[in-house]
Design a binder for this molecule. Structure first.
Ligand SMILES: Nc1ncnc2c1ncn2[C@@H]1O[C@H](COP(=O)(O)OP(=O)(O)O)[C@@H](O)[C@H]1O
Ligand SMILES: [Mg+2]
Length: 211
C-alpha cells in the first residue's frame, strides 16, 4: 500500500524526549497548514489503551511472549482504528513508538528472535511501516534520571534494569544502522530546541506537496 501522507514514528528509550519533541513538531506542522494526528504505543484507541494498562501495570505477571502478543494486538487496533483512517484522510500521523520498539525491546532486550518478530509485526500492521523514524538516542542513566524527576512510582517496564535498557538502546542503534534511509538518529543529550531543529530539518523535504 502506498501512503499519501507521511507516517512518522519516534523511538528511543524512556526519557529520551519523544513526547516533548512530538508536541513541538506538531505545532510546527500545524503552522504549515498540515493536519496532524498523534498516537502512541501501546495505545492510541480505547481498545489499545486498555491493553496498555494491562501491559504496564505492576500487577501483571507477564512473560516475554505474552507481553509481545499484547503489544502486537494493541498495534493492530491502533493501525486499523487510528493510523490508517488518518492517513487515508490526508493527515500526517506521528506515533510515539511503533514497530521498532518491538524489535528493540522484545528482540534485543528480551532476546526473542528478530525475524520472528518482524513476521508477527507484519501480521499486526498489515505491512504498514513508517516513512521516517526519528530515533532519539540517550544514555540510559540520563534518560532514567529524567523520568524519575517528579515521579514517585515507576511502571512495570520502567522498573527493568539498566542492563536491559542498554541492550534496548544498542538494539535501536543497530536497527537504525541497517535501515539508514528510514531512520534519523538524533543525539538527545542536547537542548530541547537543538533537538527539535534537527528533527524539523530532517522532515522539511516532506512539507512540500503534503500540506
Ligand atoms: N533535551 C532535554 N533536556 C533535558 N530534559 C529533557 C529534554 N527533553 C525532555 N526532557 C525532560 O525529560 C523528561 C522526559 O521527557 P519525555 O519527552 O517525556 O521523554 P519520553 O517521552 O521519551 O519518555 C521530561 O520531564 C522532559 O521535560
Ligand atoms: Mg513519552
Amino acid at each position: 500500500m502506498i501512503l499519501k501522507t507521511p507516517f512518522i514514528t519516534f523511538e528511543g528509550t524512556d526519557g529520551a524526549g519523544k513526547s516533548t519533541q512530538i508536541a513541538l513538531l506538531k505545532e510546527w506542522l500545524v503552522s504549515h497548514g498540515i493536519s496532524v494526528v498523534l498516537t502512541r504505543e501501546p495505545g492510541g484507541c480505547e481498545t489499545a489503551e486498555a491493553i496498555r494498562e494491562l501491559v504496564l501495570s505492576n500487577k501483571s505477571d507477564l512473560g516475554s511472549r505474552g507481553e509481545l502478543l499484547l503489544y502486537l494486538a494493541a498495534r493492530a487496533e491502533n493501525v486499523r482504528q487510528v493510523i490508517l483512517p488518518a492517513l487515508e484522510q490526508g493527515s500526517w500521523v506521528i506515533s510515539d513508538r511503533y514497530a521498532d520498539s518491538t524489535f528493540a525491546y522484545q528482540g534485543y532486550g528480551r532476546g526473542l528472535e528478530l525475524v520472528e518478530l518482524m513476521n508477527l509485526n507484519a501480521i499486526a500492521t498489515g505491512g504498514i511501516m513508517p516513512m521516517k523514524t526519528i530515533l532519539l538516542d540517550i544514555d540510559v542513566a540520563v534518560g532514567k534520571e529524567r523520568v524519575m524527576k517528579g515521579r514517585s512510582e515507576l511502571d512495570r517496564l520502567e522498573q527493568s534494569s539498566l542492563d536491559f535498557f542498554e541492550r534496548v538502546r544498542h538494539g535501536f542503534l543497530k536497527l537504525a544502522d541497517t535501515d539508514s534511509n528510514r531512520f534519523v538518529v538524533v543525539h538527545a543529550d542536547k537542548s530541547v530546541d537543538e533537538i527539535q531543529q534537527k528533527i524539523r530539518n530532517a522532515l522539511t523535504p516532506y512539507l512540500h506537496g503534503h500540506s
